[in-house]
Design a protein around this ligand. Structure first.
Ligand code: BGC
Ligand code: NOJ
Length: 819
């Protein structure tokens, strides 16, 4: 058992105390247009809006050593010639007092060597397209110190994919300008780009470099640049090859003296007709950018911008703050889970330590689910997101699997025809309307496939989402699965036998009858949500129809989808069951147990209880609930990618964390508060912190997967940060265990707590009013809310009516033992 740091809850930071974490433990900089990932040793890269098309700096994924490329600094001691990096990498010379504080939108990394302490704060100011590195150097020696500080980044030639593959061109295109100590990276600015990057420093420079191989020296790596070793920059100007940026600052520090140096890395655009100064030249017009650079070179501007950033996050997180008997619940809900939800909102699945920034745009299904986790913090942005997503929907109700953040256009380069996709839009819109009360969004005109002139009300999009499923039913009355459903790897129509072929894009075989019980559950849930929206939208006839559709699907699941002790997963191309006791491998899957019970199926006839008991006995492990059992031990051509993974990994019986909160919610629906919290804590990152050496990923955010019991590395997490796990866990714990749930007419207070809790308190902002909620319960019992007092007045039921904006509401709820 080992930890590599600790939570500082008051500061909302995770403090890492040794640099050699099992994997780079990263954080995100930026929350608007300019972003970066940054590891605990300053590795990572930056980009403007799109991690593939507008990448500012280079990073080398899957490198040895890990995590190469970053926002590097070097210190050189003039008297001894000794050199080190205050963030450990890339030099990796030993540091005293190494520390990294990952906070909300910022990271500070520092360390001491030979009596020189250096700590750098990295962040992106709100409203700007630049990042700041503020380095504070302190001489703790008894004599003065002559130091050289070198900065180093490597520029990416914008399109990260091209940059990593097209060397016959790229070795000849790189261009920079250096004026008044500011390094401008302007590759392709001469032609169709009107953007450039800049790298500036607050201190006067002793020199600079912009050609990587001059700065490093031939056949040298980032751990030992010749410029740093000799203490001399060459003032190199890159022509082609690999443009980099390095400032050289000489500092003489008296004993005890502290000095701040500010470094800026930014992105700037000029109007297309005002790119050059003087016009007709090839020199960047700097009139727009220089005032920005000058402003942030000043430490008072830097400090003020940092304070604004902190206030911004405090304000966002104030939407929901809880105090419960579990520190893991409090820490995740109050800070880290909410923060992770905002990161998934911003970046979908594009850029992390595992997502290379060149593969995937915004997922249709992913973004709709991410919204469930941030809608309460950023309702206006949720509205905009819903309209963007809906505008990519196809006229037939289907969806592109993803869309591009820069253009917002749908894109099927990673496949299409996932039949679950459109239904998630209904869940997202329902969550938004419940949170905000903004039913008018349903009237908002939205095009199909971004086609101008095809506008129709959002409500119409939702109707088409539902009918898309209804028009595609199989022999059991269950939805046809298409390419796959939530489980991208359950490819029942692919029959791929060609090495390397993508399961996401390969031509599907036609004529089969593969059906998904998971989509059936999702459909029933979405139909119920749409019925409620329709009623409130004055479409009562529609609502009746949706309820009927829900009931029909419910019945189809209970007949064709029930296996005897759990819900089946699917039927394959030939009509054989998947996820059934009839199968040899893959007898039971988690997804339909979660989604069908979320839709209320089986709660009244014992099926839900039975299914949950099967989950407990067959799928639950100490490290979370695995996707299915038994794992597939060989390739099944009729099942697709799921069986390509070795047993226990990813979709082949890994703990796919996204699905666990569905079971948590299902347990609360069935009234099992103990089991709900127990499952929740098994994958809660903070609760897993003591086993960081096994878990290996960051202990402050969820990972997509934890290796399942069939894997040799059971308990090891992968794919941290960008996962639907974040949104669903926040929903599960706050909305269902704590039971504080927005509903159309108010805030529902419906906790389902473990027996040993005696209650909790919550402060929740809801439609502009502030609710102070106290829930009490005698320990040793379970049960539901039996008494609800709102502003001193007892009311029936468990719904607190929505108060006017600006109001403060006091809510007291008491839970009495059932029966
Ligand atoms: C992964 C899935 C992922 C899909 C997206 C697959 O290889 O296993 O988790 O959703 O790729 O392209
Ligand atoms: C990750 C994808 O982003 C998500 O959409 C999918 O549901 C899961 N993998 C499961 O395959």
């Amino acid at each position: 058992m080992a930890r590599f740091g600790r939570f500082d809850d008051a500061a909302r930071e995770y403090v890492i105390s040794r640099p050699d974490t099992p994997l780079p433990w990263i954080n995100y900089l930026g929350c608007e247009d300019y972003f970066g990932i940054i590891s605990n040793t300053a590795g990572g890269y930056s980009f403007y809006r799109d991690a593939r098309l507008r990448r500012l700096t280079r990073y080398r994924y899957n490198n040895a050593p890990l995590d190469m490329g970053g926002r590097y600094l070097y210190l050189r001691d003039g008297s001894s010639g000794e050199l080190w990096s205050p963030s450990w990498q890339p030099v990796r010379a030993e540091l005293e007092d190494y520390r990294c504080r990952h906070g909300l939108g910022y990271t500070a990394i520092g360390g001491r060597r030979a009596g020189i302490d250096a700590e750098t704060l990295y962040f992106v100011p709100l409203g700007e397209t630049l990042e700041i590195w503020r380095t504070r150097l302190t001489n703790q020696r008894t004599e003065s110190a002559d130091l050289s500080l070198f900065s180093a980044i490597e520029f990416c030639l914008w399109d990260a994919w091209d940059d990593a593959t097209n060397f016959q061109r790229n070795y000849s295109t790189g261009e920079v300008e250096v004026v008044d100590g500011v390094i401008y990276h302007k590759t392709e600015y001469r032609e169709r780009r009107n953007h450039f990057a800049y790298f500036a420093c607050s201190a006067e420079l002793a020199g600079f470099d912009t050609q990587r191989d001059v700065f490093l020296g031939p056949y040298r790596g980032w751990e030992h640049p010749i410029a740093v070793e000799t203490g001399h920059s060459s003032d190199s100007i890159a022509h082609g090859w690999a443009p980099c940026g390095s400032h050289h600052v000489e500092l003489s520090l008296q004993p005890g003296e502290t000095r701040d140096v500010v470094i800026l890395l930014g992105y700037a655009e000029n109007p297309t007709d005002a790119k050059f100064d003087p016009p007709g030249s090839q020199t960047i017009d700097k009139r727009l950018v220089l005032p920005v650079i000058d402003r942030y070179r000043r430490t008072d501007a830097v400090d003020a911008a940092f304070q604004r950033l902190r206030d911004h996050w405090d304000e966002l997180l104030e939407t929901l703050q809880v105090s419960t008997p579990s520190e893991h619940v409090d820490r995740m809900v109050n800070t880290w889970n909410a923060y992770q939800c905002m990161v998934t909102f911003n970046l979908s699945r594009s850029a992390s330590s595992f997502e290379s920034g060149i593969g995937r745009g915004m997922g249709f299904r992913d973004s709709n689910q991410d919204l469930l986790g941030f809608v309460h913090m950023a309702p206006e942005r949720a509205r905009e997101r819903i309209l963007d997503i809906a505008a990519t929907q196809l006229p037939g109700g289907g969806a592109y699997h993803q869309y591009q953040p820069l253009t917002k256009a749908g894109n099927d380069s990673i496949g299409a025809g996932f039949h679950d996709d459109p239904l998630w839009l209904i869940l997202a819109v329902a969550a938004y309307v419940k949170e905000t009360g903004d039913g008018a969004v349903l009237d908002e005109p939205v095009p199909y496939d971004n086609d101008p002139g095809s506008q129709s009300p959002l409500y119409d999009h939702l109707q088409r989402s539902l009918s898309y499923t209804q028009e595609r039913l199989g022999p059991h009355g269950l939805p046809l699965i298409g390419r796959a459903d939530w489980n991208d790897c359950l490819n029942l129509n692919c029959f791929s036998d060609t090495p390397g072929e993508s399961f996401q894009t390969t031509e599907n075989r036609r004529g089969g009858v593969a059906e998904s019980v998971f989509i059936a559950g999702l459909f029933a849930l979405a139909a119920a949500e749409l019925a409620m929206l329709a009623e409130r939208h004055g479409r009562c006839d529609d609502a009746v129809g949706y309820r009927r559709a829900q009931a029909t699907m419910d019945a189809a699941v209970r007949s064709g989808g029930w296996d005897g002790a759990w819900f089946r997963r699917a039927y394959d191309y030939f009509g054989n069951p998947v996820g059934s006791s009839e199968n040899e491998e893959g007898q039971i899957f988690i997804e339909p147990q979660g989604m069908c019970i979320l839709a209320g199926i089986g709660l009244d006839d014992g099926k839900a209880e039975a299914a949950l008991a099967s989950v407990a006995s067959r799928l639950a492990t100490p490290h979370g609930i695995v996707l299915h059992q038994p794992a597939y031990t060989r390739y099944h051509v009729e099942l697709g990618e799921i069986s390509t993974y070795p047993p226990g990994y990813k979709e082949n019986a890994g703990v796919f964390c996204h699905t666990n909160p569905w079971i948590v919610i299902a347990e609360t629906l069935a009234g099992n508060g103990d089991r709900a919290l127990d499952y929740y804590l098994r994958i809660n990152p903070s609760a897993r912190e003591p086993i960081s050496d096994l878990h290996r990923c960051e202990p402050y955010v969820y990972s997509q997967v934890i290796a399942g019991r069939d894997a040799p590395t059971h308990g090891e997490a992968k794919n941290s940060w960008l996962t639907g796990t974040a949104a669903w866990n926040l929903v599960a714990v706050t909305g269902w265990i704590l039971g504080i749930r927005p509903d159309h007419d108010g805030l529902r207070i419906d906790p389902c707590l473990p027996a040993d809790w005696d209650g909790f308190t919550v402060v929740r902002r809801f439609r502009g009013a502030r609710y102070h909620i106290t829930v009490t319960k005698s320990p040793g019992t379970q049960g539901r809310v039996s008494r609800l007092v709102v502003d001193g007045r007892q009311i029936d039921g468990n719904l607190v009516p929505a108060a006017p904006a600006g109001a403060t509401v006091t809510v007291e709820a008491a839970i009495r033992a059932a029966g």
